[in-house]
Ligand binder design. Sequence first.
Ligand code: GSH
Length: 209
Amino acid sequence: MSSKQPDQPIRFHSFPYSGHCHRVALLLSDLQLPHETINVDLANKAQKSEAFLAMNPFGQVPVIQDGDVTISDSLAILTYLSERYGAGRWAPRTPIEAAEIQRWFALAAGTLAFGPAAARASKLFNAPVDLPAAQARSLALFDVVDRHLAQRDYLARQSLTLADLAFYAYVARAPEGGVSLDPYSHIRSWLARVESMPRFVPMPEFPKR
Ligand SMILES: N[C@@H](CCC(=O)N[C@@H](CS)C(=O)NCC(=O)O)C(=O)O
């Protein structure tokens, strides 16, 4: 259990099939932080309600409320939770580690979001996405990441870091966007390593229509 604990359960505004939210779910679970998950009804635009926009004017999940602190954006939330509750385990220990994690965070907010995450959103949620372009972007990303993981066990360092949490869900679920992981054996081994973390929680399967 994390040495520091919140005074009251963290309120976690989430959507169960969101990889962005799953990143946060993984860290809350690993740190064993008491929390209450509030599922936001994205289909009915609850994220655009006045109350939600007061927490995140961009109208997106995830958002957390930790006492009087409100943080939105999955990568900002990972940073906050690791700095506040994960010292010694998740918070970067050296300038190089901090820089490496930022490098993968930038990719998570860029190519991962506009590649595999976008392709999946198109297939599962009919998001207005150029699907072939998102799939091509995914393959270009996975080609590099697979070669990277041929040399090391985890993305940023030789052990699990926030970078792995940030990347996991949208890589694992890339096949839902029509992007096969079959050619990427090093990526598949890495996914299994992330899944073997002691308090790993899976992202629920989106119900088939
Ligand atoms: N940069 C944001 C992106 C979050 C995001 O894309 N959230 C999606 C769900 S995966 C969302 O709330 N979509 C609803 C909308 O945009 O209206 C983060 O990392 O948290």
